[in-house]
Design a protein around this ligand. Structure first.
Ligand code: FAD
Length: 419
């Protein structure tokens, strides 16, 4: 009798790990091969721009499980050897890794994550121009920041979450920091204008120079490293090192080899099934149906650990044939220095915002409404508000906007079923 072909999971990040864990939790006993490009076992990526970069967490603190755990779960873990080619014919397929190893598989999951967007600028390939996605990147960036602590300026191109988290870490180490952002506000793609304004003021208060509506056009070498960043309007910002943090793109190469539908992410349905109806795809690399924002149709890409985990559990139940639909309420957090932000729901098509607390105190909540119904909350240092809203949105509840502004009344007491 022939051995069953293993389930192949490509990508040993958070989503890949959650998927194999959920398969075992669901009682699935088929052999599994989990293939990762990076040389380390699956780890928690957010600390790379927080505790790991700051030096308060080590690699062993952020790795989810040491390697022997995988063998105990009967999961073969392949590290440092990415899948380079893949093909599938019905319920059988074959993948070839960069080292030439061939893996025959039955079921297939793609959990390939995202890659940093590159800047096509003269000078972007200089040694002191960095980006941040992996442990190796964080080690390099940390060493550069330590070197700059005695004098030097980090220029961060991109005022998104990763750029601002690194800016806060670098300031805490005593590094001079300039953030160069092309848009008219920080975090413009993902948060409300009120929250953008708060973070602009908070970073400036901490001594970070923030340049909005400023587009980098050239990174200039000074002989040994970076010397300056030139902006489109002719200004020149002195720089000892540059971090490029201008967003991420889904890694869809293998999906394209398989002929799967891709629209900037691997297109999946509410069960995490790709367009061939067999392959599941999970986490950052996917484009998912959008049931969240009340009223806004279409699809979206979510880059968060919550999405990676919940989506992977949906995919695992699809693979074992008990597929519940993916309806998790998105939530996200960002630590910028001591400022702790938690977001639940998605900020989109908002027509009313209630401010709860005083942003000047750096502890407040923004509650966002559409057509009178709560759709999202942005909580800075107000964890209880975040928990209340997240649970409320999960249960289809809302909060009367007229009652919500008083920070003396716990939000959990104001939750009522949405009509
Ligand atoms: C610096 C940083 C800070 C972040 N901070 C936060 C935060 O505060 N809060 C939050 O919610 N989210 C945060 N995120 C986002 C979060 O980490 C991601 O959304 C999450 O890791 C996505 O998980 P994933 O498994 O889908 O993708 P990834 O974590 O990107 O894992 C995908 C893995 O697949 C591997 N891979 C790709 N192609 C292949 C191949 N062909 N063969 C084998 N392996 C392959 C990649 O090397 C990678 O290891 C942060 C991300 C970064 C980079």
């Amino acid at each position: 009798m022939s051995m069953p072909r293993p389930t192949l999971v490509v990508g040993a990040g958070q989503a890949g790990l959650e998927l194999v864990t959920a398969l075992r939790d669901l009682g699935d006993t088929e052999p599994i091969v989990l293939v990762g490009e990076e040389p380390v076992p699956p780890y928690d990526r957010p600390p790379l721009s927080k505790g790991y970069l700051a030096g308060t967490q080590r690699l062993s603190d952020i790795v989810f499980h040491p390697e022997p755990w995988f063998a105990e779960q009967d999961i073969e873990l392949v590290l440092g050897d990415p899948v380079a080619r893949i093909e599938r014919d019905g319920d059988r397929g074959s993948a070839t890794t960069a080292s030439g190893r061939v893996i025959e598989f039955g079921r297939l999951a793609l959990a390939t994550g995202s890659a940093n967007r590159r800047l096509a600028l003269p000078g972007a390939d200089l040694d002191a121009v960095l980006d941040l996605r992996s442990v190796a990147d964080a080690d390099r960036l940390g060493a550069v920041l330590d070197g700059l602590a005695t004098g030097g300026r980090l220029v961060v191109i991109g005022g998104g979450f990763i750029g601002l988290e690194v800016a806060a870490d670098a300031r805490a180490k005593g590094v001079d920091v300039t953030v160069v952002e092309a848009a008219e506000r920080l975090l413009g793609r993902v948060v409300s204008p009120q929250l953008s304004e708060f973070y602009l003021a908070a970073h400036r208060r901490r001594g970070t120079e923030v340049l909005l509506r400023s587009t980098a056009t050239r990174i200039v070498a000074d002989g040994v490293g970076v010397g300056a960043v030139e902006l489109a309007d002719g200004r020149v910002v002195e720089a000892s090192a540059v971090l490029v943090a201008v967003g991420a793109v889904a890694r869809t190469e293998l999906a394209e080899q398989l002929g799967l539908q891709v629209d900037g992410g691997i297109v999946v349905d509410e069960h995490a099934l790709a367009s061939d109806g067999m392959t599941v795809a999970v986490g950052d690399c996917t484009s998912v149906p959008n049931p969240y924002t009340r009223g806004t149709p279409g699809r979206l890409r979510l880059e968060s650990t919550q999405h990676a985990s919940d989506h992977a559990r949906t995919a695992a139940s699809t693979l074992v044939g008990s597929g519940a639909a993916y309806t998790s309420v998105p939530w996200f957090w960002s630590d910028q220095g001591e400022l702790q932000l938690q977001i639940s729901g998605l900020y989109a098509d908002v027509d009313r915002t209630v401010v709860r607390g005083d942003p000047e105190t750096e502890r407040f909540t923004l509650l966002h409404y559409r057509d009178g119904l709560l759709v999202a909350a942005e909580c800075v240092g107000t964890r209880q508000d975040h928990i209340a809203v997240k649970r409320g949105l999960e249960k289809g509840m809302t909060i009367d906007p007229d009652a919500a502004a008083d920070p003396g009344v716990p939000l959990k007491r104001l939750l009522t079923p949405a009509p």
